[in-house]
Design a protein around this ligand. Structure first.
Ligand SMILES: [Fe+2]
Ligand SMILES: [Fe+2]
Length: 143
């Protein structure tokens, strides 16, 4: 019996509530898989696809409203992951395809999640925090 390498919640907090909640939801779904069951891998991959569409849409709304400068690169990374998830879920009807979905789930997904948070999401939360501060300062100056 294989064991899943869990994604650790404490390593993935960005101290920005809306986004942290989304990331904890991703981790909950990811970690709840039974890697010895193909059905479970497939259904968790599908749940992660649904989750990610909503997760990315919410982040992208934040980017647009805060005039985030690296919006194109960030959205591209989101779109790439959605396309990959859809592709591998679609291919998983064959034994060969199922094995590819399994290795994608076990190796690529946690790697993607970790580095996306490190490079893209943390940059976005940094931008959101400073733009909130400037807005707050501007308000103080007006009043
Ligand atoms: Fe995110
Ligand atoms: Fe993101």
């Amino acid at each position: 019996m294989k064991e899943l390498k869990l994604i650790k919640k404490e390593n993935h907090l960005l101290n920005y509530e809306v986004m942290d909640n989304l990331h904890m939801e991703f981790i909950d779904i990811y970690n709840s898989v039974d890697i010895n069951s193909n059905e479970s891998i497939k259904s968790k991959a599908m749940a992660l696809l649904v989750h990610s569409k909503n997760h990315f849409m919410k982040e992208e709304k934040l980017m647009d409203s805060a005039k985030y400068p690296r919006v194109r690169e960030h959205k591209n990374e989101h779109n790439k992951l959605i396309a990959e998830l859809e592709f591998f879920i679609d291919k998983s009807v064959s034994v060969f395809g199922m094995n590819i979905l399994k290795s994608f789930y076990l190796e690529k997904l946690p790697y993607w999640f970790h580095y996306h948070l490190l490079n893209m999401d943390s940059d976005l939360t940094g931008h959101l925090k400073t733009s909130k501060l400037t807005q707050h300062k501007k308000k103080l100056e007006v009043n």
